[in-house]
Design a protein around this ligand. Structure first.
Ligand code: NAP
Ligand code: 8YV
Length: 315
């Protein structure tokens, strides 16, 4: 007789090979195929003890309180702003995420966006393809060397960005809620003060209520007409309407954006602008990193079901 497999609710599709690996190991209930939360909770998935979710997805509010046997939420991603942590805590539900394994790829994309927007690479590519080079040389662009990179959220990814930026000859400064004793970079107590001291403002803080619109019109004004914004954190961290305004009126020089407030929709007003580079939330999206994230997410579930300590529990 075959052993009963543990039951897991999968909130949304996961890229290969993670989706397949999850289904090989567990009995998966596909939440995204249900008509709504109520219908799902009334079925067998509502009785599962585990949820597998993704960093860029918000779990429907009714789900965590509505699953009586829920014990663990395992997130494929480091950001857990899509998980109602208060509801999980109230039920004693373990929440795990996938830190560290994605740090390098996310930092790589942050630096890529910084270089792409400074050197106007997307525009330059279009320039060659459209035959404009035959008529005139491309315009001069901005060099990062010697400039100050202000990092909002100097944690694992922020530090990895800082190390890369130093290799490009940049100076580093940062804003966190608190100063890091072991870090020598200049600290600024507010995002606005950091922006005023920076040529580039790069966001690597968590999303959620505490950082909502941390970068608003005032911060963008402080960054100024020669300043660039790079966001690889969460769309919610930036007041998008204020950002669109600032870009349209050249109150900042440009932006490189991997994340948006209402994904997969990006503000249509950005599409007409040549001073932005837009990517579809792909900072961790290499096969190597996504596979490592998926393996860690599944390993946390396996450990929970086998009675072992999970590896990466969210504090
Ligand atoms: P981390 O090591 O926890 O770093 C987060 C940093 O943000 C910490 O230094 C923290 O310092 C700071 N911070 C937290 N709350 C803040 C606030 N209210 N105001 C200012 N600073 C604050 O996390 P990580 O691994 O580097 O990941 C950071 C974030 O990157 C994730 O949460 C996620 O949103 C985003 N991310 C995006 C992608 C993508 O695909 N674009 C991929 C991975 C991660 P203090 O605690 O001292 O404030
Ligand atoms: C992924 C992320 O896009 O780790 C995070 O917080 O935002 C990204 O790594 C996501 O987790 C996959 O959906």
């Amino acid at each position: 007789m075959s052993e009963a497999r543990a039951e897991v609710v999968q909130i949304a599709p996961m890229p290969s090979p993670t989706g397949e690996r999850l289904a090989e190991r567990f009995t998966v209930h596909r939440y995204w195929e249900a008509a709504n939360a109520e219908a799902f909770l009334a079925g067998p998935g509502g009785q599962a003890p585990a949820i597998a979710t993704l960093g860029n997805v918000t779990i429907e509010k009714a789900l965590i309180p509505g699953m009586p046997k829920l014990r663990i939420v395992s997130c494929y991603g480091v950001g857990v702003d899509g998980v109602d942590l208060a509801a999980a805590k109230a039920k004693g539900v373990i929440v795990t995420n996938t830190p560290d394994v994605l740090t390098d790829c996310v930092a790589d994309l942050g630096i890529s966006l910084l270089l792409m927007i400074s050197r106007r690479l997307v525009e330059a590519d279009r320039y060659v393809r459209s035959g404009q080079w035959l008529k005139a040389e491309f315009k001069l662009t901005a060099a990062p060397r010697g400039k100050t990179l202000g990092i909002v959220g100097l944690g694992r990814i922020g530090l990895a960005v800082a190390r890369r930026a130093e290799a490009f000859g940049m100076k580093i400064a940062y804003h966190n809620r608190g100063k890091r004793a072991e870090v020598a970079y200049p600290y600024y107590a507010t995002a606005a003060a950091l922006a005023a001291a920076s040529d580039y403002l790069l966001l690597t803080c968590p999303g959620g209520a505490a950082t909502r619109h941390l970068v608003d019109a005032k911060v963008l004004e402080a960054l100024g007409p020669k300043g660039y914004l790079i966001n690889v954190a969460r769309g919610s961290v930036v007041d998008e309407a204020a950002l669109v305004e600032a870009l349209q009126h050249r109150r900042i020089a440009g932006a490189g954006l991997d994340v948006f407030a209402d994904e997969p929709r990006a503000p249509a007003a950005l599409f007409a602008l040549d001073n932005v580079v837009l990517t579809p939330h792909i900072a961790s999206a290499t096969l190597e990193t996504r596979t490592a994230m998926g393996d860690l997410m599944i390993e946390n579930l396996r450990r929970y079901f086998d009675g072992e300590q999970v590896l990466t529990r969210v504090a």
